[in-house]
Design a protein around this ligand. Structure first.
Ligand code: FES
Ligand SMILES: [Fe+2]
Length: 393
């Protein structure tokens, strides 16, 4: 008799507590303990912009004094959307009756009311704190009493002569649209999955990175106070060893040395995986560069073409990160998986997240949250180097 056929198999399921990010869900509450990038500093201007983050639809704007703001779209007067508002010197004015709100939701004017409104302080437009750093606009959507300081990362703070920070908002490694239609964790787990590099990026679709990355690495997974770390060793020219360390760091940081250039040293950029909702995410990146536009030039080419230039048939023939990760489904079915030894990073990351969920549920503060500037400096281990084979033994 045939065994293992598809007939009669139960429908698969996914782990809600690890994937769903809405307010009130376990992961949604964990992620709401951190600052998340919501846009590029350069793209926030005097026009109200729709943004969605962690399942919440919001309006971002920059007032005439240069202050960034993030508010609920629904005007606290009678509900018209502030998307149709006008940004002024002191805030955003609703199109319907002209109530003026500042970046912290204070009502400054009610032009239809006598004397421009009396009891202005009785009404507040729901808002979120916003801060800017590294060319990115960050927002904090969590409980006010638990608002941490905005972290600083060594690789973006300690610059060599001629280096500066550039921010970018394009897509995942191999290319794709800005909005990736699958759960954010599928991409975050990919960062601690070094074995997909020689297969997906090294041979299956041709060499998408430098040829060296095509060799099967010797890998060590570790849990750190910040998340999970992966060390990959490969034989390199001249009897040397190529050592590459990548990290995932709370809340959603992807800390990966560029695989396309044989540049050695500490990691040069950080990517933030921003969950838009349960079934889509996008990426923001900040990195040290010496030339404007350098971050964007790191993209892979497949068959000499960028991702958006590929035909459907070419996507099938030269799949990259986008094809692999989105084809796992809107939210991958964990019940259908068979994790193996090479998935050690994925297993560690899930255990790490489970531990963070428990900490928050018990009223504690999760990893990488700091409340004093002095504790907000994060040192990362991610790097790429050539070393003597004997040094690694
Ligand atoms: S609904 Fe916004 S001012 Fe009336
Ligand atoms: Fe990849």
């Amino acid at each position: 008799m045939d065994s293992g056929t598809a007939y009669g198999r139960a429908a698969g399921s996914y782990r809600k507590e690890l994937t769903e990010v809405g307010a009130g869900t376990p992961m949604g509450e964990l992620l709401r303990r951190y600052w998340h990038p919501i846009g590029l500093t350069s793209s926030l201007n005097g026009n109200p912009a729709k943004v969605k983050i962690l399942g919440e639809e919001l309006i971002a704007f920059r007032d005439g004094q240069g202050k960034p703001g993030l508010v609920r779209p629904r005007c606290a007067h009678r509900g018209a959307s502030l998307y149709y508002g006008k940004v002024e010197e002191r805030g955003i004015r609703c199109c319907y009756h002209g109530w003026l709100w500042d970046v912290q939701g204070h009502c400054l004017e009610q032009p239809c009311e006598e004397r421009g409104g009396t009891n202005l302080e009785r009404v507040r437009q729901p808002w979120y704190p916003v801060a800017e750093r590294y060319g990115l606009v960050f927002a904090y959507l969590g409980p006010p009493a638990k608002k941490p300081v905005l972290p600083r990362y060594d690789c973006l703070e300690e610059l060599a002569a001629g280096e500066f920070i550039e921010a970018d908002d394009s897509s995942i490694g191999g290319g794709g649209p800005a909005l990736i239609p699958c759960n954010w964790l599928q991409h975050w787990e990919n960062v601690v999955d070094p074995f997909h590099v020689p297969v997906l990026h090294g041979s299956f679709s041709g060499a998408q990175f430098v040829a060296q990355m095509g060799a099967m690495p010797k890998v060590k997974f570790d849990t750190t106070p910040r998340g999970v770390k992966v060390e990959s060793l490969r034989a390199a020219e001249g009897g040397k060893l190529h050592r590459r360390v990548t990290e995932v760091v709370m809340p959603t940081l992807r800390v990966v040395p560029n695989p396309r250039v044989a540049k050695y040293g500490r990691v040069e950029s950080i990517g933030w995986v921003l969950p838009i909702d349960d079934t889509s995410f996008r990426i923001y990146v900040a990195g040290r560069v010496t030339e404007k536009g350098e971050l964007g030039r790191f993209r892979s080419k497949m068959a000499g073409k960028s991702w958006s230039e590929l035909s459907e048939e070419e996507h099938r023939r030269y799949p990259g990160d986008y094809e692999a990760q989105t084809s796992q489904g809107p939210i991958t079915l964990h019940s259908e998986e068979h994790l193996s030894g090479s998935d050690g990073g994925v297993a560690r990351l899930r255990r790490f997240l489970e531990a963070q969920l428990k900490i928050v549920a018990a009223g504690g503060d999760p990893a990488c949250v700091a409340f004093n500037e002095a504790d907000a400096y994060v040192r990362l281990e991610a790097c790429q180097m050539l070393m003597d084979a004997t040094a690694a033994a």
